[in-house]
Write a protein that binds this ligand. Structure first.
Ligand code: MG
Length: 261
């Protein structure tokens, strides 16, 4: 396994890609409401990303047709944007990749569409919190297993939901998917030693029910196998001497929240 570490200058370039990604996420946050199709969101995202002199990283990736992934309700990830029209009470996971000057940023967030059920809200809260707990583990001297353990312990032991096993986070840099793989489960203190300059896309994917997933007939969309709701939150995070640095800080956004929609 070859992990490509990034210099401080390269991390700044990735942060610049992340800045465009956050602006894109905020733009979509303002558009998410009942009646909007996922295709409209995709088109808005692509137009904005290109207007910033960047490229949507997902478009054409292994033939993926969209600029974003848009995955409602029991769909976990990799939803192809299309005719699906958002309904009040849905949850919608939006995953965005932005390439700026050859550097990739990758992040995801699950939004409520209007008021949602208490269980859906708990799923969003728990999955987002598990990501923040994962961020805290991204320090030099920790191990990869500390990240997965933090997510799994919070999601499963403390909250009774399930972490998906077959989909994992990843290193990110000039390529969207670099080593190492970053599972959302694991044993504290195990696995690769985290070192300054590593950049990881950490992305808890959580089902309300069991952890198993199934692939849809379109060969992209992945659903929870038992049909329960699923959420996905992701940051691109740099491991630095000063601690974890979130390069895609969509959580710092003010006024872009879907709750206002
Ligand atoms: Mg990713």
């Amino acid at each position: 396994m070859a992990i490509i570490k990034k210099s401080p200058e390269q991390i700044e370039q990735m942060a610049a890609a992340g800045e465009v990604l956050v602006k894109t996420m905020n733009l979509l946050a303002g558009k998410i409401r009942p009646g909007v199709t996922t295709r409209e969101l995709d088109q808005a995202a692509e137009k904005f990303i290109r207007s910033q002199g960047c490229e949507p990283a997902f478009k054409g990736y292994r033939g993926f047709p969209g600029s974003i992934c848009a995955s409602p309700n029991s769909m976990v990830v990799h939803g192809i944007p299309g005719a699906y029209k958002l309904e009040r009470g849905d949850i919608l996971s939006i995953d965005i990749g932005v390439v700026k000057d050859g550097w990739v940023a990758d992040a995801a967030r699950t939004f409520p569409v209007g008021p949602i059920s208490p269980i859906a809200q708990k799923l969003l809260d728990v999955t987002e919190e598990s990501l923040h707990l994962a961020v805290a583990q991204c320090v030099p001297g920790n191990h990869l297993g500390d990240i997965g353990h933090a997510v799994q312990h919070y999601v499963e032991s403390e909250n009774g939901f399930s972490v998906i096993r077959t989909l994992v986070g990843h290193g990110v840099g000039r390529d969207m998917h670099e080593d190492p793989q970053v599972p959302n489960y694991g044993k504290a203190g195990s696995g690769v030693l985290l070192e300054e300059g590593m950049v990881l896309a950490v992305e808890p994917m959580v089902n309300v029910g069991k952890h198993q997933v199934r692939m849809a007939d379109d060969n992209w969309s992945i659903f929870s196998a038992d049909g329960t709701l699923a959420a996905h939150f992701e940051f691109t995070i740099a491991v630095t001497a000063a601690g974890p640095r979130v390069l895609t800080p969509w959580h710092e956004a003010k006024g872009g929240s879907a709750a206002a929609a």
